[in-house]
Design a protein around this ligand. Sequence first.
Ligand SMILES: C[S@@+](CC[C@H](N)C(=O)[O-])C[C@H]1O[C@@H](n2cnc3c(N)ncnc32)[C@H](O)[C@@H]1O
Length: 484
Amino acid sequence: MAQLNTNFIKHIEKELPAHLSLEEFIAYCDKPLRQSIRVNTLKISTVAFINIMTQAGWQLSPIPWCEDGFWIEGKDDIQLGNAIEHIQGLFYIQEASSMLPPTALFSNDTAPEIVLDLASAPGSKTTQIAALMNNRGLLVANEYSASRVKVLHANVLRMGASHTALTHFDGRVFGEYLFESFDTILLDAPCGGEGTVRKDPLALKHWDIDDVTAIGETQKDLIESAFLALKPGGTLVYSTCTLSQLENQHICLHLKQIYPDAVEFISLTDLFDGADQACTKEGFLHVWPQIYDSEGFFVAKIRKIASVERVEKQPKLQKNFPFTPVNEKQKTELIQYFQNNFCLELPSDDVIMVRDDEYWLFPAQFIPFIGKMRFQRIGIKLADAMKKGYKAKHEAVIALSAAAHNPTKTMELSAAQAQDYLMGRDIAITTFDESVQQHLAIMPRGEMLVSYHKVVLGVVKHLGHRLKNNLPRELVRDKVNVSL
Ligand SMILES: C[S@@+](CC[C@H](N)C(=O)[O-])C[C@H]1O[C@@H](n2cnc3c(N)ncnc32)[C@H](O)[C@@H]1O
């Protein structure tokens, strides 16, 4: 049962719009949340995913504001995290209202190329944005907390997002370091989490107005920094999973007060059918839990209609960037290695870089950012140089095969074999059908890919009598649930 602090109730009663009742709000705070997921279109089409999962008995009902988002009806007992399709990155477990900000960000006519996600871990919206960008352009994803950067990184890799650059800074530095550099920015700000009480019944137990005011100061700093980092003409989406106006409307109005001639609020009232039910007079979406039977959320879209004055001077360029572009010989060898061993193409507009014995694939749009700030991870790690030739990295085959959609040199596994693979076990050739065994008998020995649902799971080494498991140790799972 949700524990609602009485001070919170008194406070929120004053903020509820006239057409919503406090009783209903309190009742919804106690109502369990519907499970929802977003299909990862970097790896599978939504149609193919629905086909597979409905055969497994799932009932998916569409979320009106996200074409790849679905509520799972009538199956509260599914352990989504251990589902094989989750582990292989076919879907992301994401609360329905949390899918709103990326939808708002991409509702313009022209697709943005250079995007910043300023407060991004664990990466639900980063990976949604990566899917909307279809692994093109550049997505800089920043996270302040070191432990959360690791989770972000794991999610980016699991979903096969290849055009990201991860940073680990206080978001306040972006306006200074990357002034007017981004076409569009998401600031999904750290917040009081008042909208999350349906998931966490204790979220409002120790609610205190002083905490709300204090976090509001951080949010003001972050929105100012984001606005400075935005190119003129670009759009910024500000969102939170909290309800108090102090952390929502007031933050956007604060920005307008500082930059009255550069800030324009873009109304979200037509974002999807029914958006008007949550729309405020400024055109923001203030999603109360009872409106769409979801978590509470807030989303504002802001256009920068004019350039603004820099607050600080451009910091000096950092030297000693440890990567250099590969030479033509290395480039040709790597292209041939991926082509010959896995039938995978390296995207021609990306840039192959080398650091010691490691080869990386950087998004071309990253190059102008070199030296401007410190990046934790850029693009994908392609391969290590070996005494003879190269050894592909797992993350590279996952991301490159996502683009290739089932390359030919791939062995499709059964559910039981895929389960074994993800649990780190080798696959005996005798576990395949007779005809596949004959096919494998004439296939060359060495590295090849395995897939499930026609989506690549990773690399194996064909040894003749078995496929040796090459899944990185850190990805080996204790538990994998098979749905079909
Ligand atoms: C609402 S969560 C982000 C959720 C994420 N966008 C997602 O969809 O998965 C806010 C994040 O901001 C991070 N954060 C806190 N203070 C920050 C700061 N000063 N600069 C940047 N990020 C910060 C928190 O660690 C947290 O991960």
